[in-house]
Design a protein around this ligand. Structure first.
Ligand SMILES: Nc1ncnc2c1ncn2[C@@H]1O[C@H](COP(=O)(O)OP(=O)(O)OP(=O)(O)O)[C@@H](O)[C@H]1O
Ligand SMILES: [Mg+2]
Length: 274
């Protein structure tokens, strides 16, 4: 069973107003001053467990719109989206929220950590939102802490549990965010430009971590503008004008640990031991 099945996904935005002359859109049938922006025009694809996919495409091609749909932050205007066997398009708002909290681990460009909260507490947070309904069990404080520590260990930060985000480097903050995304054992990780705010070395560290997690079986979908980063994934999907225009397997993905080691060697003077 695929983790994700998307069939005929369309997303149209209805816009009122006059500021739309430059946009690719069609005029709505009922309103003189309203136009319909067709952000996605019928997208189909499947994702199997264990894939590592990048989503590429020029600005305005529909990447964020697709991410919002995949992340159950938004519903398509048309089409079906089945996540881990659950039909999301017809689900009520409770189920929709449940799917989002329980099945998807989000990683954002800007980390989105709570600033007055330690690394450990940030990672524990999603476990507080687990509901008792739907056959889920709640957690005792001790279990929650243990799971969060284990997730931080996976990202190599179990020695930074009590640090606040401001006391961590950008790369470390993003690793905390990745631990938070994983702590619920989601069906997949959805990362939107996860290295957009990071320098080369830190970006490579994140790619190394993603490759490691993927080798352990985690399914990862990552939006990126950069072909150099997409080269670390196993499959590249490209959008253009709201359509999927290419879907290619990466024959030989670049090896992030090798590239990181090489980068460190060349930049050794800039590195500080931690
Ligand atoms: N809430 C909205 N209302 C109206 N139009 C929207 C809305 N969100 C996106 N669009 C339009 O839909 C199209 C796709 O936008 P989207 O944000 O998905 O692009 P993108 O590929 O993520 O671009 P970028 O690389 O710049 O982030 C664009 O033409 C955009 O203007
Ligand atoms: Mg975008």
């Amino acid at each position: 069973m695929p983790v994700i099945e998307l069939r005929g996904i369309k997303r149209e935005y209805r816009m009122e107003g006059k500021h739309l002359s430059g946009k690719k859109c069609k005029r709505s049938k009922d309103g003189e001053d309203a136009v319909i922006v067709r952000a996605l025009r019928g997208v189909d694809f499947f994702v199997q467990k264990g894939e590592f996919i990048s989503v590429m495409g020029p600005s305005g091609s529909g990447k964020s719109t697709l991410m919002n749909i995949l992340g159950c932050l938004d519903k398509p205007s048309e089409g079906t989206y089945i996540l881990d066997g659950i039909e999301t398009s017809t689900s009520d708002s409770n189920t929709f929220a449940f799917i989002r909290n329980r099945k998807i681990g989000f990683v954002f460009q800007s980390f989105n950590l709570l600033s007055r909260t330690t690394a450990l507490e940030n990672v524990e947070l999603p476990l507080f939102y687990r509901r008792r309904e739907k056959g889920e069990k709640g957690f005792h404080d001790r279990d929650r802490k243990e799971l969060a520590i284990a997730a931080l260990k996976t990202v190599g930060l179990d020695n930074r549990l009590d640090h606040f985000p401001s006391q961590l480097s950008g790369g470390q903050q993003q690793r905390v965010a990745i631990a938070r995304a994983m702590v619920n054992d989601p069906a997949f990780i959805l990362a939107d430009e996860p290295t957009g705010n990071l320098d080369t070395g830190m970006s490579l560290e994140i790619m190394e971590l993603f490759q490691e997690l993927n080798e352990q079986g985690k399914t990862i979908i990552m939006v990126t503008h950069e072909p150099e980063l997409a080269a670390y994934t196993k499959r590249i999907i490209t959008l253009r004008d709201g359509r999927l225009v290419s879907d290619e397997e990466v024959k030989k993905a670049r090896n992030a640990p090798d590239d990181l080691a090489k980068w460190k060697k060349e930049n050794i003077l800039l590195m500080q031991d931690t």
